[in-house]
Design a protein around this ligand. Structure first.
Ligand SMILES: C[S@@+](CC[C@H](N)C(=O)[O-])C[C@H]1O[C@@H](n2cnc3c(N)ncnc32)[C@H](O)[C@@H]1O
Length: 568
């Protein structure tokens, strides 16, 4: 080897060494396998189209015109999640998924091939697939949003590490569900359980956790004789609680006072609020039940009460939550009776879908992590649609207005024949196997399919491709604005309406008909968002804005979302 070649080799090895040093030392490591549906997105952008009407399928089901529509999306969930990153970023309250468990017995396909037990890349392919979807899904969660992932023993460990990587500061809980009490697999252990990871944002907890009944209050000040009841041993629980004595309400907390500070303010604050410290009758420094952060939360939620006599107490039911145990064992979680048998009852035939979850497993899980009666739920491995069914049941219980978005591929016709059909029957009512009429739970549905618009290059998109995308993005924009009914489309513009709002898309660079469209929208006297075709951004924002009309650009923001996804 010549001196020059030796130098080149050394350089090459140095670069390789640098790369090796950068490699992860601890955690989940896998071989990232290219996936066709992901590669497609380098030359195409995913959009939505309303599913075609055909025998047995009406893409729009309306049983109650006063309520919003739920959404079913047929297609690969990588494409569906990409679209949702444009339409629903930060808007989803709960994501529940039940991905294929990678059992190796033809339970799922990667690049159109079933993954077999002897595939040497079996686990890497599964993690590659899941990591890409979880990255996209994470972007959709609201700041209090939670993710629930069902799984069994095949991938529970890999999934746990993956979730820790993507949600480093979230709370990650794991529950065990006895879903198959008869047991499966008898070579060694006969398994009766599976798992669910419940991932919640830090400090948010389980928003739907039930409170124990009871009207009694607890004193806020610790009164016992053990050392834990005194400031000296619990300095973080010693601070002033601020009272607006005129209104008789608790308004906040004073600053932290460290253990060694002997003189702290006792007089009223500059705003005139009284400071109360946890002192007992003998003048000893006690401590509160809670630290400052918890106390502030309880005060903001109205759980701390101030009596006329000057005593402070906390409502018992505010803090006394029903415990959520780590093992869920109840006949209602049996996937045989409340999953498969229930599905057979709804569909009128057996074996339409293998392994649906028990309706009540999904119901209890999604109920646990949400609190608002108009929350939005997403399931992007929807299968037979159990999550949609559970959301409709929750609404039925309290008259709520929760909505769901279900995505599934149409492998073996599952989306058309099972997901759609089940949701339709559950909404409208059906006859069960015994011939009894089961009343519908009500609800509305709109059925979309993903499609790809070829733009050749996502970076440096041609002008022609931008125009093409603008013409085809309508349904997606209608969904983004929650105005789902197309009421007009011509070569110049498209109009959607719904929920007392209008969305319009102006397609052309030539602005000849734009003023006419603006005048027409003004006459509607309802809130309107007008998307105007533009080569760049913010070209027309100030030009046409009025009290009722908000201007958005198209298609640049859509392309930016997809470029961002490619960077993730
Ligand atoms: C385990 S099942 C979910 C069952 C569901 N929880 C139920 O109770 O019916 C997973 C579903 O995800 C679908 N699926 C798998 N990979 C997918 C993908 N990449 N995109 C969309 N759907 C997918 C499968 O067709 C299957 O129906």
């Amino acid at each position: 080897m010549s001196e020059k070649e030796l130098q080149a080799k050394i350089k090459e090895l140095e670069i390789e060494l640098k790369a090796i040093k950068k490699q992860k030392k601890y955690g989940l490591v896998w071989e990232d396998k290219l996936e066709d549906v992901v590669e497609d997105c380098k030359r195409n952008v995913p959009i939505l189209r309303l599913k075609e009407k055909k025998k047995g399928i009406d893409p729009v089901i309306i049983t109650d015109t006063t309520k919003d529509e739920n959404i079913l999306i047929e297609g690969d969930n990588y494409h569906a999640l990409s679209v949702l990153n444009y339409t629903h970023k930060g808007k989803i309250d709960v994501i529940y998924i039940d991905p294929p468990y990678n059992t190796g017995s033809q339970s799922w396909k990667y690049n159109n091939d079933f993954i077999e037990k002897d595939d040497p890349w079996r686990h890497s392919k599964w993690i590659s697939m899941m990591s890409k979807r979880i990255k996209l899904a994470k972007e959709l969660l609201s700041h209090t949003g939670s993710l629930i992932v069902a799984i069994d023993d095949y991938e529970v460990h890999a999934l746990g590490l993956l979730l820790e990587e993507y949600f480093p500061s979230h709370e990650i809980d794991l529950v065990i569900v006895e879903h198959h009490p008869q047991g499966a697999g008898s070579n060694t252990i006969s398994r009766t359980h599976e798992y669910a990871f419940i991932i919640t944002p830090p400090g948010v907890g389980f928003l739907g956790r039930k409170r124990q009944e009871g009207e009694n209050n607890w004193s806020l000040k610790r009164t016992g004789q053990g050392e834990n009841n005194f400031r000296q041993y619990r300095p973080k629980q010693f601070f002033a609680v601020l009272i607006d004595t005129e209104k008789g309400v608790v308004v906040g907390v004073g600053p932290e006072i460290s253990r060694d500070v002997q003189k702290y303010p006792l007089s009223k604050t500059t705003e005139g609020f009284e400071r109360i410290y946890p002192m007992d009758k003998e003048g000893k420094e006690r401590c509160w039940r809670y630290n400052r952060a918890t106390m502030q939360k309880l005060i903001s939620s109205g759980f701390i009460e101030y009596s006329k006599k000057g005593a402070l107490s906390v409502k018992k039911d505010a803090v006394n939550a029903v415990p959520v145990f780590s093992i869920w064992k109840d006949s209602k979680y049996n996937a045989g009776t409340n999953g498969s048998a229930l599905l057979t009852d709804i569909m009128g035939t057996t074996n339409t879908f293998q392994y649906p979850k028990s309706l009540w497993t999904v119901y209890d899980m999604i109920e646990l992590v949400h609190s608002d009666s108009d929350s939005i739920f997403l399931d992007f491995f929807a299968g037979s649609g159990t999550t949609g069914h559970a959301v409709l049941e929750l609404n039925k219980q309290d008259g709520g207005d929760r909505k769901f978005i279900l995505c599934t591929n149409n492998e073996n016709g599952i989306c058309e024949d099972v997901t759609y059909e089940r949701v339709k029957r559950v909404m409208k009512g059906y006859k069960n196997k015994k011939g009894e009429k089961i009343e519908g739970l009500g609800g509305n549905l709109r059925y979309y399919k993903t499609d790809l618009v070829n733009i050749e290059k996502l970076h440096h998109t041609s002008d022609q491709a931008k125009v093409k995308l603008t013409y085809q993005a309508g349904e997606m924009i209608g969904l983004r604005e929650n105005t789902l009914n197309e009421v007009d489309k011509n070569e110049w513009y498209q109009i959607f309406e719904g929920n007392g709002k209008t969305t319009a898309i102006y397609f052309k660079e030539d602005k000849e008909k734009l003023q006419k469209l603006v005048d027409m929208l003004e006459k509607k006297k309802q809130p309107c968002v007008l998307y105007i075709f533009s080569w760049g951004k913010n070209e027309y924002t100030s030009e046409y804005t009025s009290e009722n009309i908000k201007i958005e650009d198209i298609p640049e923001p859509i392309l930016e979302v997809y470029k961002e996804i490619n960077r993730l």
